[in-house]
Design a binder for this molecule. Structure first.
Ligand SMILES: [Zn+2]
Length: 286
């Protein structure tokens, strides 16, 4: 089976992107796995610190391992990780990739914690990919009421990105290019517009594949432009959370007397799977 790094290189050559989908329970796991099987496409399953604490760090890894005999291209990423200790925890548990997130720290502090993470990860297993980010893309996948008013000031500066990637030797880089986590409402500034030109410049100047966070709420056309400009992985989370909740609410209201979780949770799982399939089809020009 190909490695995650090989799938990323292949995606870039084909001008498509890998989908990264967050889960926090077994319904989410099946939603992503079923979608990947159905479309015969590689996927990355992501778990943030909160998500992985809920499902269990070792338990989510064990779930992925159950797929080994089927040779499925399904990889596990520790999404937004805020300390070197938690990076160590997931690398020791056998995750395929990890994101060290020092984006809200000073440039120097972000650089130092990213470097420390890369050193540890590569000493344990050079195949594990490390991603870091620079610039403001927000912290959590929720619906925002307010975001910083000056979008441009928070975007990643190409020169800074170059210095950061060179110093830290990260494998993947997440720039702030007008994207934001969660879905924002009542925007005073135009966060929905991605700075496509900035993606091109940052991809070229850093020399590493780029990851787009905060994918929920971006238009299909913008996704295509972003992929063409150099984005190789796209994170989807908020949309999945909304689909899960709405699917669950529908199941419960359709059959209020049902008490078997494996019956009423099907609606939640299936609603999530539909979103994953729709996004995968878009990212792969299907
Ligand atoms: Zn993210």
């Amino acid at each position: 089976m190909k490695t995650l790094r090989e799938y990323i290189t292949e995606a870039e050559e084909k001008r498509v992107a890998l989908g990264h989908f967050n889960i926090s329970n077994v319904e989410g796991f099946w939603a992503v796995v079923n979608a990947s099987k159905r479309l015969n496409l590689p996927v990355i399953i992501g778990v943030s610190e909160g998500e992985r604490d809920f499902i269990g760090v070792k338990q989510v890894k064990a779930l992925i391992d159950t797929l080994k005999s089927e040779n499925l291209p399904i990889f596990l990423n520790a999404d937004h990780t805020y300390s070197v200790n938690r990076v160590k925890e997931v690398v020791d548990a056998g995750f395929d990739a990890v994101i060290i997130d020092g984006a809200d720290k000073s440039f120097e502090e972000n650089l130092r914690m990213t470097k420390d993470s890369v050193d540890y990860v590569k000493s344990r297993n050079p195949e594990v990919l490390v991603e870091a980010e620079l610039g403001f893309i927000g912290k959590s996948s929720k619906v925002w009421n307010e975001v910083p008013e000056d979008a441009d000031a928070t975007m990643t500066k190409p020169e800074k990105a170059k210095e950061f990637v060179k110093e830290t030797r990260v494998d993947l880089f997440a720039p702030a290019i007008g994207n934001i986590h969660g879905m924002a409402k009542n925007l005073k500034v135009n966060y929905e517009k991605l700075d496509i030109e900035r993606i091109k410049v940052i991809r070229e100047i850093t020399g590493v594949p780029l990851v787009l966070h905060g994918g929920s709420g971006i238009t299909d056309e913008e996704f295509k432009q972003a992929i063409a400009a150099g984005i190789s992985i796209i994170h989807i989370n908020t949309e999945l959370r909304l689909a899960y909740k709405q699917g669950l609410q529908k199941s419960l209201s359709d059959d209020p007397d049902e008490i078997a979780p494996y019956k009423y949770l099907r609606g939640a799982r299936d609603a999530m799977q539909a979103v994953v399939e729709k996004r995968l089809a878009l990212f792969n020009n299907l």
